[in-house]
Design a protein around this ligand. Sequence first.
Ligand code: UTP
Length: 224
Amino acid sequence: MKIVISVGGSVLARELLPEKFKSYASALKELSEKNTLFIVTGGGQAARNYISVARKLGADEATCDLIGIELTRLNARLLIAAFGELAYHEPPLEYKQAKRASLGGKIVVMGGVSPGHTTDAVAAILAEYVGAELLINATSIDGVYTSDPRKNKGAKKFETMTPKQLIEVVMKTEMVAGANSPIDLLAAKVIERSNIKTIVLNGENPRNIMDAVGGKHKGTVIEK
Ligand code: UTP
C-alpha cells in the first residue's frame, strides 16, 4: 500500500530528542517493508520560535512561512539521518521530486513546499499526486473533535466523518483566533476533492501509526 504520513513537528520535534527520531524511524522502517512510504515532517516549536522572532523583526507573512518551511526541512533531515540508507538522502523540495525520489524504493521524507499553508496540506497534495491509498495525520491530539478539546470539555471525538464534515469542523475552529485545528483547511479541501482515506491519530507513540495501518486505532477516520 502507498501511504503518506504527516508527522506534526509538535510530536516529532517538541524537544528535539534523538530518541524520538530513532523510535519513529524504527517503527516506520517496519512499516516500509510492506508499504511505500512518504513522510512529511512539520516544524513544531522551533518553527514557531523562528517565525515569532522574524515577525518581531518586521518580516512579512510569506517570509515567515519561508522560514517555517526551512525548519520543517531540518526536521526532515533529522528523520532521514535516523533512517540511514533506507531513506532518500535529501528532502525533496516539491511534489515531482518526491515522486521521482520514491522510484528507487527509498522512503521519501520531506518538509514544506510553498508559503500559505502547513505540512498537512503538503501531505494531502502529495497523497493526491502519488495516488496514495491512505493518508495518516499523526498529531498531538487523538482525532478530530467537534471543537478544540483543550478548550472545550464538552467536545466530542468523531470515530468516523466525511470530508464535508471535516471542512465544516475546520472552518469553525479556524475562525477562532489562535485555535489549534487538527488539519488545515487546504488539506481538508484536497481530502474532499480526491476522497483520500485519511486517519487523524495521536502520533506521540509511532506504534499508533503501525496499528492504524493494521486497522486498529483510536483516531478519526475520514472517508465518504
Ligand atoms: P507546520 O506544518 O509544522 O505547521 O509548518 P505547525 O502549525 O507548526 O504544525 P505542527 O506543530 O508541526 O503540527 C510550520 C510553518 O511553516 C510554514 C507555515 O508558516 C507553518 O506554520 N509552512 C509549512 C509553509 O508556509 N508552507 C508549507 O508547505 C509548510
